[in-house]
Design a protein around this ligand. Structure first.
Ligand code: AMP
Ligand code: MG
Length: 355
């Protein structure tokens, strides 16, 4: 207190004393100022997000990619996504897949060979619950058009004749015998893997790739695990948040694309056995794992299987899942440890399953 009182008092001093005092002030100011400046820079470095972010539109979806680094990769990420869209789309007439579907042109593109090879692997593994040849059914039900409609049983039976993953062959090209491809159930997962590879090649450690329901959390966000919210299939809120690093979180749900006719909802995930949109007690299926392509194929397949079959498939194949059903949530023990439910789901019935 005395210090402040005295500091406020004026007194006369000599010019030499004045110079000495000013020199001392400069000295003390310097030794105090430099560490304060360094500390401020360190703190600022911790607080400022090192991430750059851009949104893209591809595969009928708004996609967002953010990563720790400068902006130099943003344009190329856009090119990777639009190239894949141009190759794999079933709605773009000029895509390789459309040309194969319309005129049977074999495809030698390495991305198509790789994605079809993986599609066949997952089709076999899921006993056809995942089937990349569902295009005739997708077209028949009009899911790719503005005027979807319920077809007749005869029309469904005729389309089913053209469905079956045994009608595709892959060697140094992809060929089909009377089948047509729809890779919509796996393409975003494959695109995620491509971006992951690209960013890793560029030395990026931390990134969040969000291709609309297909998320990959790479590394960390400012040193802590990423918090990935899983959408509530019944509202605009969230089921909860998964806290993780270096994992894909892929969700399939009918809320993504459906149409209503006579009060009934028809969703875009089709049962390749019946030729009809899946109807079961799933509201959404989320698969978590290291490989986004696999998670994408499995999320679609598990949705088709329905709860009982999907639980035994997940346990047998050691897949981490979070199912939102009409009767609460089902979650694997590994995920339960890193899952925080939202307030809306905190008291929902929860079944924990262990591999
Ligand atoms: P997803 O959102 O990954 O579950 O994929 C759904 C999309 O995959 C649909 O919009 C169709 O294009 C396609 N699809 C529908 N049913 C199946 C199925 N049983 N197997 C493979 N792809 C499917
Ligand atoms: Mg999928």
């Amino acid at each position: 207190m005395d210090f402040y009182k005295n500091a406020g008092k004026n007194r006369l001093i000599s010019p030499s004393e004045c110079g000495r005092i000013n020199g001392m002030k400069r000295f003390f100011a310097t030794i105090l100022f430099v560490p304060i400046l360094i500390m401020t820079m360190i703190l600022a470095g911790c607080q400022t997000s090192p991430f750059v972010e851009r949104s893209y539109f591809a595969m009928d979806t708004v996609m967002t990619v953010k990563y720790a680094g400068d902006e130099s990769y943003l344009a190329e990420i856009g090119e990777i996504l639009s190239d894949l869209d141009d190759t794999l789309s079933t709605t773009k007439k000029t895509s390789l897949i459309s040309r194969l579907n319309e005129s049977g042109d074999p495809i030698t593109d390495p991305n198509v060979i790789s994605i079809v090879r993986k599609s066949l692997e997952y089709a076999k593994k899921t006993e056809g619950a995942f089937d990349p040849t569902v295009y005739p059914l997708v077209k028949l039900w009009g899911f790719t058009t503005d005027s979807p409609a319920v077809p007749t049983d005869e029309e469904i039976a005729a389309a089913l004749q053209k469905v079956g993953y045994d009608k595709i062959a892959v060697s140094d090209s992809v060929t089909t015998t009377g089948a047509q491809l729809d890779l919509g159930g796996i393409a975003k997962g494959y695109a995620t893997e491509k971006l992951k590879e690209y960013l890793a090649e560029k030395g990026v450690k931390d990134a969040l790739i969000n291709l609309g329901g297909n998320v990959y959390a790479m590394g960390k966000k400012n040193g802590v695990d990423w918090q990935i919210a899983v959408k509530d299939p019944l509202s605009e809120n969230y089921v909860g948040v998964l806290s993780l690093s270096d994992r894909a979180v892929v969700t399939s749900g009918l809320y993504e694309r459906f149409f209503e006719k006579d009060g009934k909802k028809y969703g875009h995930i089709l049962d390749p056995k019946t030729g009809k949109p899946v109807e079961n007690d799933f509201l959404s299926v989320t698969v978590v794992g290291k490989n986004a392509t696999k998670c994408d194929a499995f999320s679609t397949a598990l949705f088709v299987m329905g709860k009982e079959k999907a639980i035994s498939f997940a346990l047998k194949n050691k897949i981490d899942v979070l199912f939102v059903t009409t009767d609460g949530i089902v979650i694997t023990a590994n995920l339960e440890k890193i899952f925080t439910p939202s307030s809306g789901y905190a008291s929902a019935k929860k079944t924990v399953i262990v591999w």
